[in-house]
Design a binder for this molecule. Sequence first.
Ligand SMILES: [Fe+2]
Length: 269
Amino acid sequence: MIDLHSHILFGLDDGAGELDISIEMARIAVADGITHMACTPHVQEGIYPNDTRTIRPVLETLQQALLQHDIPLKLMCGAEAHLAWDLPEKLLSGEVPTVNDTRYLLLELPHLIVPQRLYEFVLRLKDAGFVPIIAHPERLAWIERRTDLLHEISVLGCPLQITADSLLGRFGAVAQEQANRLIETGLHLLVASDAHSPRSRAPRMSSAMKLVSSRWGEMAARRLFIEVPQMILADELLPDVRKSDMIRRRHPVSGNRVDKFFTFLRAGH
Ligand SMILES: [Fe+2]
């Protein structure tokens, strides 16, 4: 599995505090079947003043330590950038890193209030050449009221990142239900750990992948935990979502419509 959202880097945010904790988290991730991990510390003005210059040296230190400890986890640079109007400029200047130096950045939205002019902001990011991955929309307090807004953004080619623990109910019934609903939309989605520690929020995704596989099929699970993250790391554009809407309408009563959608995409449409 590929994990594109983690707070494994030590001393930068509310994730790992020390190098030993980061190493322990990496061990857990590898034992769970995670092979690649994007390190995405919070970047938020006044709260988490991180930038590429603070993030990269910690990543290099940790990657070196993992080599020394024989822990086969490939780390990649990234950030969980909080919504900020000057973000496009900071991405263009390289001050804020994208995921693995691709066009994709992990974007954190305000949890309690619907951000004003969000759609316009996403268009500005896209005009600057970047594509936001929306971090854990299922956990936003306003998702039930404004699911339409997230759908509109996803249709622009922006993937939505569901947290593995949300699928398992560890963020409550509402987040679990919203995560399930998102999977059934056929929008561009991926699952990540958003790991913060070796204990309560550990870098594990295999239980969630098994659950998705049993409920929506193995192809859907592979898509969410491996293939979409792979496409992002390779800086590939995701296919036009509107085609998925078309195929969903064509199979409105199918019990396995997500797999049909993925089959459709694999056929090269
Ligand atoms: Fe996070």
